[in-house]
Design a protein around this ligand. Structure first.
Ligand SMILES: [Mn+2]
Length: 475
């Protein structure tokens, strides 16, 4: 088996290994004992195949010729920009960005990458009057070479008419010059935050500035592949309530090799009609409806984004916003899709290279708690039982988001579980591991069928506790 989608959602997805435990606990708790290996919530994106779209194409996308490059970048001085910040001899190339900066710099601003789509994707046609999009890229201390490659790949591999603008949000990076310099590239605007706002508020700022009717959110260390944009815009044009993502290929953090992610996804088979062929000869290809999107790269109608309440702007820095958006889209009348004919490469890292002002874990708990409290109804108990440390942590007021949910007349989380993610088993009637405490004695489950009674000290410290008082059991 190739690389799993779930495995590579990682940091992009908001489900990085150390972080997805929170909401991921929903799944672990829901699977119950004996349900096999635990899976993070991010792995809802790993589905066994009912529609296979195995990459077979061997085509390689070519970098543009020299004369096109001048046209793409206008008066922007690429050499000076890249030379302005370089790794010093002897520096650890991983230290600042958690990927191999030396390799990234060596690659330059563009390169040929393999067209990783299914070969049939290349023969699909799309409407000739697709609406244009505003590309929104937020960054915080991104390496110059990766950010420029992201921007250039968009300019190189998108039909120019579809790119209304590229909006960069510099989330208070140490060096304001990056933002100024990149603004010299045609179609690129850069807005700089006056303080660190995080991904969520930065994206909202970008969306509010966007002039196109469709928003495309992109991470700052990506390379888009051939015809990545048309399939997504087509789907959103046909139905503005669809929120669509590409398959995210892997760019190695060590050598920057571009690796195809498996398209072994489960989904529904849809029919897209070849334009110009009337509606009588459908061309079938696969798309995958997904309960949750990775969140780093997606396309969404701007008015739908606004109608649904944009993002929860009380979420900080990073993490959990993809769950909140995913639940909200489904429960409030939209849908989420992954389109195998759209491919975007992303550098997946093993750690965050930047600081969280409130601390990494606290921020993630705050964000996911907000998502759970607003959207998960009675199912939030599974979040808390998997993440007991979230109890009692501050998460701010959610009044506005609850009002939004009422105003939009969104469906209950139970509907989401039953209709969007029915594969997820919820052990409502199964015993929840816990501790009964009376005085200094604790009765604790040990394994599935065994109860043990012992002195409380040292046992059950991290489990939910129930108290026996006056012959009554208080849970
Ligand atoms: Mn990323």
């Amino acid at each position: 088996m190739g690389l799993k989608v779930g495995a590579m959602e990682d940091e992009l997805a908001g489900v990085a290994a150390g972080l997805h435990r929170s909401v991921g606990g929903l799944i672990r708790a829901a699977q119950g004992p004996g349900a096999g290996p635990t899976r993070p919530l991010g792995s809802v994106l790993i589905f066994r195949s009912t529609c296979r779209c195995v990459p077979e194409a061997q085509t390689v996308t070519q970098p543009p010729r020299a004369e096109q490059q001048v046209h793409l970048l206008g008066g922007f001085d690429e050499k000076a920009y890249l030379a302005g910040k370089q790794l010093k001899p002897g520096d650890d190339p991983y230290r600042e960005h958690a990927f191999n900066l030396q390799e990234s710099d060596r690659l330059g601003s563009e390169r040929a990458i393999r067209d990783t789509r299914h070969y049939r994707c290349a023969s699909l046609n799309y409407d000739t009057d697709l609406p244009s999009t505003s590309i929104i890229i937020t960054f915080h201390n991104e390496a110059r070479s990766t950010l420029l490659r992201t921007i250039k790949s968009v300019l190189m591999r998108s039909p120019p008419s579809l790119i209304q603008e590229i909006i960069l949000i510099d989330d208070f990076s140490s060096d304001p010059e990056d933002c100024q310099l990149l603004s010299q590239i045609p179609k690129v605007h850069c807005l700089r935050n006056g303080r660190r706002e995080g991904l969520i508020r930065s994206r909202v700022r970008g969306a509010n500035t966007a002039t196109a009717s469709i928003l495309t959110f992109l991470d700052s260390h990506c390379e888009v592949n051939t015809d990545w944009l048309q399939p997504m815009i087509q789907r959103v044009k046909e139905d503005h309530t669809r929120v669509v993502s590409p398959i995210i290929d892997v760019i190695s953090l060590d050598n920057f090799a571009y690796l195809a992610a498996s398209a072994d996804l489960r989904g529904v088979t849809a029919t897209i009609r070849r334009s110009g062929e009337n509606i009588k000869r459908p061309y079938s290809f696969s798309l995958c409806r997904t309960p949750v999107i990775a969140g780093g790269i997606f396309v969404m109608d701007k008015s739908w984004f606004n109608h649904l309440g944009q993002y929860d702007t009380h979420m900080d820095i990073w993490g959990g916003e993809n769950f909140e958006l995913s639940f909200r889209v489904w429960m409030c009348g939209g849908s989420l899709e992954i389109l195998p004919c759209s491919r975007v490469g992303h550098v997946f890292r093993k750690r965050h290279p930047y600081d969280f002002p409130e601390g990494n874990a606290l921020t993630y708990i705050k964000n996911t708690r907000r998502a759970a409290e607003v959207w998960m109804d009675e199912y939030k108990q599974y979040y808390y039982s998997a993440r007991p440390s979230a109890q009692g942590k501050a998460f701010g007021s959610i009044t506005d988001r609850l009002t939004l949910r009422r105003k939009l007349n969104c469906k209950p989380f139970r509907w989401y579980m039953e209709n969007v993610y029915p594969e997820l088993r919820v052990p409502e009637q199964e015993a929840v591991s816990s501790v009964l405490k009376q005085g200094g004695s604790c009765l604790e489950t040990r394994g599935i069928d065994i109860l043990g009674l012992a002195e409380c000290r040292g046992i059950g410290a991290s489990r939910p506790q129930s108290q026996v008082r006056d012959q009554a059991l208080k849970v």
